[in-house]
Structures are given as C-alpha cells and as structure tokens.
Design a binder for this molecule. Structure first.
Ligand SMILES: [Zn+2]
Length: 145
C-alpha cells in the first residue's frame, strides 16, 4: 500500500526540470535577505563546505559509502579505454537514499547561491554552462583539473 502511494505521488510530480533561465529568475525573486555581494559570496562558500560535509557524513556517520584513497597510477600509455579502469574514485558502496537526499539538498543550496552570485554580477547561468560545455568538448577527456 505504501509503495503504491509513493509511486502514485511520483507520477504526479512534474517530469521536466525548470530551465536554467527559469531557475535564475526564481532565485532573483527570492533573494531579499542576502542582497549584498559579500553575503552571497560567503553563503556560496559556506554552502560549498556543506556539500563536502554531507559527503563526509555519508562516510563517517552513515557508512553507506567508504573511502579508501591512494595515489593514482598514471602512466604514459593511458588511453581512453583503460583510463576509466585505472583511475580510481576511491569510493566503495553506494550512497543510500537518506544521504542522497541530504546531498541533493546541499547541492541545490550551493547552486542557489552560485546563481545569486551570477545575478548580482549580471552573468547568465546558461551562458556559464554553455561556455564550460564548449571548453570541455575542446579539451576532451584528459582535462583532469
Ligand atoms: Zn547513507
């Protein structure tokens, strides 16, 4: 019964995400309290730290994912096919539903303040993404920085 209800609710939810322009417009309408550039900059930094904190808590509090980091084994013969196998994320396990929700929430907040920063500096979010997309296409897969 519970499962049925959950599925029903999910189907009622809108399927498509708002456009970046719609989101940016909404952020500009909502942002009354933190209008100062300094406030937005510090909230952007703080929300970024909260994203890292949520990842950390998934490891140390929940334990759904584990971290086992070591030096990456780069080699000169690294090509597209073996790079994905050789280079490690250092994560074992899968993020549970609870941590996933927490992570998405913190990422959303970070995105909110990034967008607010764009608004204050008259930068279009969709242009930022389009430019980065082009840059990634040009640089290719080995751009690791
Ligand atoms: Zn978890």
């Amino acid at each position: 019964m519970r499962l049925f209800h959950k599925r029903l609710v999910k189907e009622v939810e809108p399927m498509s995400a708002p456009t970046l322009n719609q989101f940016q417009q909404q952020v500009s309408e909502l942002l009354l309290r933190h209008r100062s550039l300094l406030d937005v900059m510090s909230k952007f930094g703080q929300s970024g730290a909260s994203v890292n904190r949520a990842v950390t808590k998934a490891v140390t509090d929940c334990g759904c994912i584990e971290l086992n980091a070591r030096k990456q084994q780069y080699s000169d013969e690294l090509n597209l096919e073996n790079a994905k196998e050789t280079l490690q994320s250092h994560i074992t396990g899968d993020v549970c539903e609870h941590c996933l929700e927490a992570l998405k929430s913190e990422l959303g907040r970070n995105l909110f303040y990034m967008t607010a920063l764009c608004n204050l500096l008259n930068i279009q979010l969709d242009e930022v993404i389009a430019d980065e997309y082009d840059k990634c296409s040009t640089l290719g897969l080995f751009n690791l920085t």
